[in-house]
Design a protein. Structure first.
Length: 218
């Protein structure tokens, strides 16, 4: 088993990554601090560890990827995470994004569609000592058992916004979801103003793996 070791070299690379994220426009000190605290290389396959602090997405198995650090920072900033927020993540993947939310003091619920990733990440997070609620299944229907949520984050590219996700948001809650075709998406932020009214903002230029499942690309 891989030894989890955070060396000065890794810490130095992380610092440089934080400087780059700042340059690219990430402003939230809390978000930058969380990324600086969590060793991203722990979430990497041993063969790829030397790339862990590049601002790129990398394979995590099952044809899936750990999102680019800028994308994690951007989505997390849009979510405006407050201590104690109940947050649902669709697409657990490596567990990195969920761990960032956990570090920010959120009560995290995360669902993953690929069984192997769900099992592997569950074991790995336990070993890291980071524990939050993990589910296996299709997240396009949300996780109704624990709804409503303060915030919902989708970390795979959706063809449309699944209605269930808006339903499972509290009034005043925020949904952040990449929406577009299979190759390119815009980041959409929805703020639920009332049961019927939402405010929508959009930011261009993202590329996620496809959201599968009932309201995804299947
Ligand atoms: N947040 C992850 C990013 C993983 S990539 C991380 O920090 O590593 C997107 C993930 O979404 C993949 O693991 C993929 O299997 C998962 N996914 C795709 N469609 C899904 C669905 N309908 N429900 C839940 N997870 C889904």
């Amino acid at each position: 088993m891989l030894k989890l070791e955070d060396t000065y070299l890794h810490k130095g690379k992380r610092k440089a990554l934080i400087a780059l994220l700042r340059e690219k426009g990430i402003k939230s000190e809390r978000v930058l601090q969380a990324i600086n605290t969590l060793p991203r290389h722990f979430f990497f396959d041993s063969a790829l560890i030397s790339h862990a602090y590049e601002d790129k997405a990398f394979p995590i198995g099952e044809g899936q990827t750990i999102s680019q650090p800028y994308t994690v920072a951007f989505q997390t900033e849009l979510l405006d995470v407050k201590e104690g927020d109940k947050i649902l993540e669709i697409g657990t993947g490596s567990g990195y994004q969920g761990s960032i939310l956990h570090l920010l003091g959120a009560d995290v619920y995360s669902i993953e569609y690929q069984h192997k990733l769900y099992e592997g990440t569950k074991r790995f997070l336990k070993r890291l000592g980071i524990e939050f609620h993990l589910f296996y299944g299709d997240g396009t229907g949300g996780v109704p058992e624990y709804a409503p949520y303060d915030k919902i984050i989708v970390t795979a590219g959706a063809p449309v916004i699944p209605e269930a996700l808006i339903q499972q948001l509290k009034i005043g809650g925020i949904l952040v979801i990449p929406v577009g075709d299979k190759k390119r998406q815009s980041m959409v932020r929805i703020i639920k103003k009332s049961a019927k009214e939402v405010v929508r903002e959009e930011f261009d230029g993202f590329a996620f793996v496809p959201l599968l499942g009932k309201d995804g690309w299947n």
